[in-house]
Ligand binder design. Sequence first.
Ligand SMILES: *Cc1c(COP(=O)(O)O)cnc(C)c1O
Length: 298
Amino acid sequence: MNQEIQIAFPKGISLTIKREDLIHPFVSGNKFRKLKYNLFQAKAEHQETLLTFGGAFSNHIAAVAYAGKEQGFRTIGIIRGEELFDKIEENPTLKFAQENGMQFEFVTREEYRDKNEDFFIEKLKDKFGDFYLVPEGGTNELAVKGCEEILTKEDAIFDFVCCAVGTGGTISGLINSALPNQKILGFPALKGDFLTDEIRIFAKKDNWDLISDYHFGGYGKVNLELIEFINTFFEETKVPLDPIYTGKMVFGVIDLIHKNYFPEHSRILLIHTGGLQGIAGMNIKLKQKKLPILKSNG
Ligand SMILES: *Cc1c(COP(=O)(O)O)cnc(C)c1O
């Protein structure tokens, strides 16, 4: 569903937001898209178990737990941080995943780094039996195929399509399905310049750019300016944004409008990839730091 943002911008620029967050209250819209063809594939391979990786507040972990349960899979989450094993009750993401049947294996940060190594996967197979492996963040070729379905015919009117970037799967799908005259802008939620190469693996065109000035210090980092922006945006538009991905992206787009980045009368489509399940966990951290908390519907 596309919703026009009722804020007046300079130069006749208009913003519309695609509410992928409304696909599910807890499961990020883009994570559902990324899982769709992977779950078909797991079924085709007669797999009964999904195994994946993630951090303590991972939207992907929540999505795999929920979608796995819906589709009748056993799910196993390899979680970064062995100290979390007795903190499930106080972590809204892990609690949600567990309530949806996910079994956890908590590993140290060093072990977690080996997540793509054969010996590590073999060890997990010894322990849990055979499984369908969903990579961290869910990005692979089938995930990109799912994300190619985000844009539809009605989106042909837009000049720019903007999204948050984590592993690059979502933007790759958008790039592949965009029209030649449309430009895709990705706003990385983390530091580092490896993403361009990642995206080139899956993306078949050059109609895109990464804008790396809006990660706010790195993955999961926030400051007062970002929190206040998200809360003001929510008050003005009734659209809740998450602090890890979509909040930073929308902040970036509006900042660029005011810095004259976009031509006159640009029609900009923002992809709301969801992530709202992460707000509860972030609010716990914000309270500890005595910062204002994030507002949202939930
Ligand atoms: C995972 C996630 C992203 C990033 O998607 P990638 O395909 O990993 O780039 C963006 N927004 C939200 C809300 C997410 O959960």
